[in-house]
Design a protein around this ligand. Structure first.
Ligand code: GTP
Length: 323
């Protein structure tokens, strides 16, 4: 199977350096790895650990991963191109969820190996629905995550046998995404399934998402972290402006304007907080991290808008870039 970098993603001047940049040394391996699983099983945590740097967004709140995120890890002769997918939605079927499900199905059919993530010892209807999407001809590794939460390891044996009966998994890997030894072991195993072919990306590239995209993700992470469990996951962040400006004072200066779109006035109040205190904190924390990430002075403005029922509006979902 041969793959190139996704032709849809990079816009002019902000995408990955094309594959030609990497020397095609003999014995190089490279391939696509999809990380799938129901919401909250630890896909983003695992992706971050596998890539070795924070590029995906994790949150205690389920269903925050809406975008397909590709991380790249080059280790020894092998380059892993990771594809994270949105949590597979089963409970609601609004336009937003249909769009998310299409993204998951598309990703799974076109990779070299799938990491099917579940919580060790558990298997629910939500897991079964994601498992049902796996293609029989693509190797799948069962990643039994959150092993640290399993106190009686002996009880895992019958569970593993049960999982074996459910799908012809190529490997069984009980791990904790928070344990670096486990993560390295998983990486090794995963490498065996990648074909011998030249690397797709230059050695230092970690992500093929643009800085504009990263800005939106960062604001979204702060939004969910600082508002806690109260804010519905249908709230989203749209980056309206992302401009680099010349500055006599700073070597790089970036001006960003973003809008947090919520469904109700009460959600707007939650985001703004008393006397604007919550929104200010979201802005400050996001700005500080973006300055480090971009190595630039960042000016960040965040607005909050109420757009009732947007999750049910197919056209609007597309205009926010979730297709
Ligand atoms: N104890 C423990 N917690 C973990 C482990 N891996 C992830 N978590 C926690 O599980 C929660 C969900 O992790 P995420 O990585 O956001 O899960 P996800 O599958 O990407 O979730 P969605 O974005 O909703 O699809 C977070 O609170 C993580 O800290 C693990 O190995 N052990």
């Amino acid at each position: 199977m041969t793959h190139g970098p996704d032709p849809d993603l990079p816009a002019e001047g902000e995408g990955p350096v094309p594959a030609e940049a990497a020397p095609a040394a003999a014995g190089q391996r490279c391939g696509l790895v999809a990380i799938v699983g129901k919401p909250n099983v630890g896909k983003s945590t695992l992706l971050n650990a596998l890539v070795g740097q924070k590029i995906s967004i994790t949150s205690r709140k389920a269903q925050t991963t809406r975008h397909r995120i590709t991380g790249v890890r080059s280790e020894g002769g092998t380059q892993f191109v990771f594809v994270d997918t949105p949590g597979f939605q089963t409970r609601h079927s609004s336009a937003l969820n249909r769009s998310l499900n299409r993204a998951v199905t598309g990703v799974i059919g076109d990779v070299d190996v799938v990491l099917f993530v579940v919580e060790a010892g558990n298997f629910t209807l939500g897991d079964a629905k994601v498992l049902g999407l796996l293609k029989p001809d693509i190797p799948a590794i069962l990643v039994a995550n959150k092993l640290d939460l399993v106190h009686r390891r002996g009880e895992l044996a019958p569970w593993l046998r049960d999982m074996q009966a459910r799908h012809p998994f190529s490997e069984f890997m009980p791990v904790s995404a928070k344990n670096s030894k486990d993560v390295e072991r998983l990486l090794q195993v995963c490498g065996k399934y990648l074909p011998e072919q030249p690397w797709f990306y230059g050695e230092d590239e970690l992500t093929d998402k643009s800085e504009r995209f990263m800005a939106g993700e960062m604001i979204r992470e702060k939004l969910f972290r600082l508002t806690g469990e109260e804010l519905p996951y249908t709230s989203t962040v749209v980056v309206e402006k992302f401009e680099e400006e010349p500055s006599p004072k700073f070597k790089r200066m970036v001006r960003i304007a973003a809008t947090v779109v919520v469904e109700r006035d009460s959600h707007k109040a939650m985001v703004i907080g008393e006397g604007g205190e919550k929104l200010k904190r979201i802005g400050t924390e996001a700005r500080q991290e973006l300055e480090t990430l971009f190595d630039a002075k960042v000016f960040l403005q965040i607005f909050v808008k109420v757009r009732s029922g947007w999750a049910d509006d197919e056209a609007r979902v597309r205009s926010f870039g979730y297709e």
